[in-house]
Design a binder for this molecule. Structure first.
Ligand SMILES: [Zn+2]
Length: 320
């Protein structure tokens, strides 16, 4: 944002009085309304609204559902369906059908891997049909207050009461449901400061949330504690806890993954981090670093989703 129109501009560049207005239910400023109408978040929501859900049956009554923002995992059984992330609310119709197709049990539990809208926007409707929402403390904190994500140019308003997690934890929590031991573990700040991993122990299935984007450049949310180094550390933590036969469900990208693909992602992150850090150390500005195309060798494979090579370079530059 440029040309501040008010002395109350905050460090992150948004106008505190407009936000207060927005928080009280008022309309947004024309500039914010424009960003909302045209921004990345709206595009992602529009795309989810039109997208079908594809179901991948994994093992031990666990499936992965693709097509509503982040990849959703669902465990079925007599304790009711346990969902890992709830996708975007506009997908309710498609997700309802996909959930009915994997089993008749009602949805009883929803775990959020972190606070982002493409994982937690479905919270309210899933809670309204009976899901108890479980998350890390920072997910509850971010969903309960206004969040500005600078790199999306978007202000998220506080979520309605039904969407706020009712059970929170700081470091870890273990659930025993449907014959599975489900271990929830907080990462050190990585993609955000609210990320958790979800391990289905007996099934040997790991949902990494957005600490792993399979085969595509990841988004990194510096506005709520994410960083490139944190993302790399979380990737190493994921590698340390999987075996060759572990099924890995990434936050985004092809939803059934494995250790080899996770290693490829680690190698890409480390290589690009080092290239961008070198350019920054030489005194290059962000624009000069982008112009040097440090991601060029990786773009044909990794730059085919919402984050292209230039965008990813800017995200890495911010953290080295
Ligand atoms: Zn995310």
């Amino acid at each position: 944002m440029t040309a501040p129109h008010n002395p109350m501009m905050s460090r992150r560049g948004f106008c505190c009085c407009c936000l207060t207005f927005a928080a009280t239910g008022g309309w947004l400023t024309p500039r914010e309304a424009f960003a909302e109408a045209r921004g990345l978040v709206s595009l992602i929501k529009d795309s989810a609204a039109a997208s079908p859900i594809t179901t991948y049956k994994l093992r031990n009554n666990i499936s992965a559902l693709e097509g509503s923002g982040g990849n959703v995992a669902v465990l079925t059984g007599s304790n009711g369906k346990v969902l890992i992330d709830g996708g975007i609310a506009v997908s309710r119709t498609q997700l309802t059908k996909a959930l009915a197709d994997v089993g008749a049990d009602p949805v009883t539990h929803l775990v959020n891997t972190h606070w982002h809208f493409d994982h937690a926007d479905g919270n309210e409707w899933l809670h309204s049909i009976g899901a108890k929402i479980i998350a890390q403390n920072n997910t509850k904190k971010h969903l309960s207050s206004i969040q500005r994500v600078e790199d999306w140019d978007y202000n998220f308003l506080p979520s309605p009461a039904g969407a706020i997690p009712s059970e929170v934890f700081e470091n870890e929590r273990t659930l025993k449901l449907n014959g599975q031991t489900i271990e929830l573990k907080h990462y050190a700040p990585a993609h955000t400061d609210s990320d958790i991993s979800v391990t289905f122990s007996e099934a040997n299935v790991l949902h990494t949330g957005d600490t792993f984007w399979n085969g595509i450049y990841p988004f990194i949310d510096y506005s709520t504690g994410g960083s490139i180094d944190g993302t790399i550390k979380a990737t190493e933590a994921n590698l340390a806890r999987v075996a060759d036969d572990t099924i890995i469900i990434p936050g985004h990208g092809k939803p059934v993954s494995n250790k080899t693909e996770l290693k490829d992602s680690r190698d890409m992150l480390v290589a690009i981090r080092d290239k961008v850090a070198n350019l920054k150390k030489q005194g290059k500005s962000r624009d000069e670093t982008v112009a040097a195309k440090p991601t060029a060798a990786f773009d044909p494979k990794w730059g085919q989703f919402v984050i292209d090579g230039d965008y990813f370079t800017r995200l890495v530059y911010e953290g080295v």
